[in-house]
Write a protein that binds this ligand. Structure first.
Ligand code: MN
Length: 410
């Protein structure tokens, strides 16, 4: 990412702020012996993949002041953690010229605090039954001393920006999707009955890291047989038995953009008649929903239509007799926004706009038949319709069976 992108995003965000508003975003703290993953809102506005930093934006009349606070390098610590980012590097990467050290943050905030009306921060959940987030903890002195300052979650002002992807973001998503697709093919080409689900996970992870995707976008689901009827099964610890269908709901993360793809394949050379009938029913629904995608359509319209189509499919498969019983076999949403977060900012009630990227993922889950089928693609909303970014990953039964036959030399 270069600083033009992030400068542009901050400028757009600045237009959405009122005079007296501030944005205070905290980078993730460093955790000992853990891989560092950045806070996505912080990364979106700064491009900095560095822990412990703080972004401060202040809107006063029409002006927006941008300040960045970074960790001070302590030579004794740098032996353990490596060199810290310098102020010049931080400016170069982010385009923010006023860079200070983190230990100066409270001094600066103290100067501006009396004039603040509202602070947008990455405070996360306000759930009283959970520990407070680090940003909420760090803002406590401010909210104690100035109780009239409203503290809101940054998503209120950042969602409209983050849900419209620019060309660079779409390119990162495409890369994440393509790598994920290659790994899915690797699995389809090598899996055999008797393997453990986590072995399949390893095949995909190997492909990811060999291809420049350092990590998962979310915890992978590799579910064989009845496990596929558990929607967020992530134990991946069972042996794959003959004649089962394997469901893979997986996504690599590339430049912090996450793919989210689901494909299913038979562990034998082909689907059984029944497996194929359920699979074709889900695929048919999925294609019809994708066809509906264009600017102006609401996510809830996609959801309602999916329910209607799945209900028809369930009646046709003899699984239900009363249409009201559809939720016995289909119980989740069909779409969510996709981006830096696998379930990206955007909500479930949004009206689609060009530049949105959403998933389409209907499914049918039949525990009594030890079968779960979900098919998920990642779709970009264009000016006049849609573009399926994951269209190269096979999903037709004939394609999948041909891959499996070749894999098993049959
Ligand atoms: Mn999904």
């Amino acid at each position: 990412m270069n600083q033009e992108f992030t400068s542009n995003r901050r400028a757009k965000l600045g237009l959405a702020l009122q005079s007296g508003d501030a944005v205070i975003l905290f980078a993730k703290p460093e955790a000992n012996l853990e891989k560092f993953t950045q806070d996505n809102n912080f990364l979106y506005l700064t491009g900095l993949n560095t822990p412990e930093a703080i972004l401060l934006l202040l809107k006063n009349a029409e002006n927006v002041t941008e300040m960045l606070f970074i960790e001070r390098g302590i030579p004794e610590r740098e032996v353990w953690d490596g060199k810290k980012l310098t102020k010049a590097e931080a400016t170069e990467l982010s385009g923010i010229t006023r860079v200070y050290y983190k230990d100066e943050f409270m001094d600066y905030l103290s100067v501006y605090a009396p004039g603040l009306k509202r602070v947008y921060a990455n405070i996360g959940s306000r759930d009283l039954s959970k520990p407070v987030s680090y940003p909420l903890f760090a803002l406590k002195p401010l909210s104690k001393r100035y109780p009239s300052v409203l503290i809101d979650d940054i998503s209120a002002v950042l969602t409209p920006l983050r849900k419209i992807k620019d060309d660079w973001e779409i390119a990162q998503l495409q890369k994440a999707i393509d790598i994920t697709g290659k790994g899915i093919l690797d699995i389809m080409e090598t899996a055999t009955a008797g393997m453990m689900e986590y072995e399949l996970e390893a095949i995909l992870f190997y492909r990811m890291q060999r291809s420049g995707a350092k990590t998962w976008g979310f915890s992978p689901i590799i579910a064989s047989g009845i496990n596929a009827a558990t929607l967020h099964y992530k134990k991946n610890e069972c042996r794959i038995e003959n004649n089962e269908v394997v469901l893979m709901d997986v996504g690599a993360s590339y430049s912090n953009y996450s793919a989210d793809i689901t494909r299913c394949f038979p562990i034998g050379a082909g689907f059984s008649e029944r497996q194929k009938a359920v699979y074709e029913a889900v695929l048919n629904v999925q294609k019809q929903i994708i066809e509906l995608i264009k600017p102006g359509i609401t996510l809830s319209h996609l959801q309602v239509t999916t329910r209607e189509l799945i209900t028809e499919a369930l009646l046709g498969l003899g699984l239900i007799e009363n249409p009201d019983d559809f939720s016995k076999y289909y119980m989740h949403g069909v779409s969510h926004f996709l981006g830096m977060d696998t379930h990206d900012l955007g909500g479930r009630e949004a009206v689609l706009e060009p530049g949105n990227v959403i998933t389409v993922e209907p499914g049918i889950y039949i525990p009594e038949e030890r079968l779960g089928i979900r098919i998920e693609d990642d779709v970009l909303v264009t000016e006049d319709g849609y573009c399926v970014l994951s269209q190269n990953i096979p999903k037709e039964t004939a394609e999948i069976e041909a891959i499996r036959k070749a894999a098993l030399n049959q």
